[in-house]
Write a protein that binds this ligand. Structure first.
Ligand SMILES: N[C@@H](CCC(=O)N[C@@H](CS)C(=O)NCC(=O)O)C(=O)O
Length: 233
């Protein structure tokens, strides 16, 4: 039995982390037998990040490595896609994980309206009296990361203009079809849907959240991807 080491649930959502959700989608589509084990502190993990897949004594860190492991065992996440479409799927995955993801992080960590829920949810195991100083330092380092990545430097207006462009591009790709490459879920859907779901499920209804929950094309798409994936532990 494989074990996915994952951040805990966020209400109905499999995990607070979209990368853990992506890993769960990959495992379900590969029809693997797996279970979850929730962690809040990834510091003992190979990359100090989650998800991690435990296979016997081995720890496979990073959702892309988990994908490669499942493919080595025969899983096929892009059935029917040719070379050009596989390259396009690869680009969409990079857009999801290296662009959309940072909108989620910015909305959760660098937003005073959301921060108390992050502090008291992600860090509920830190004793109450230590929680503010410990989490304050972590929040400052995430803030610096967002400045370095660049998204932290945009005004709200600039950021929303960019986000609207990304979301419109996804909606345009979905026009007339169920999934990004047609009738079947592919690897690109697993990354894009995981990021959109995270963006729409931040614990406070921010303008970013409303851009997902108020968009019927994206909401229907998310329902299709998660319905196809089946039950997750
Ligand atoms: N490239 C990694 C990204 C995983 C990742 O960024 N995980 C975040 C949660 S969404 C994490 O564990 N962060 C902890 C940290 O950076 O300290 C993957 O695809 O699995």
């Amino acid at each position: 039995m494989l074990t996915l080491l994952t951040y805990p649930r966020n209400a109905e959502v499999f995990s607070l982390s979209p990368f853990c959700v992506k890993a769960a989608l990959l495992l379900n589509h590969a029809q693997a037998k797996w279970q979850r084990q929730d962690l809040r502190d990834p510091r003992k993990m190979p990359h100090q990040k989650l998800p991690v897949l435990r296979v016997g004594q081995e720890l496979i860190s990073d959702s892309a490595n988990i994908r490669r492991y499942l493919e080595a065992g025969g899983a096929e996440f892009d059935p029917g896609l040719g070379k050009r479409e596989r390259a396009q799927a690869h680009s969409l995955i990079r857009m999801a994980e290296e662009t959309l993801y940072f909108f989620v992080v910015r909305d959760r960590w660098d937003n005073d309206a959301v921060w108390p829920t992050i502090r008291d949810n992600y860090f509920q195991e830190v004793p109450f009296l230590l929680r503010r100083p410990v989490t304050g330092a972590i929040r400052r380092s995430v803030h610096q990361g967002l400045q370095f990545q660049g998204i932290g430097r945009f005004s709200d207006a600039e950021r929303f203009a960019q986000l609207d462009g990304h979301l419109q591009a996804i909606a345009d790709l979905l026009e007339g079809q169920d999934f990004l490459f047609g009738k079947q879920v592919t690897s690109a859907d697993m990354s894009v849907a995981a990021m959109l779901q995270a963006m729409g499920s931040t614990m406070v209804k921010t303008p970013t959240v409303e851009r997902i929950t108020g968009n019927p094309v994206l909401c229907r798409y998310l329902t299709r991807v998660f319905d196809q994936a089946g039950q997750m532990p």
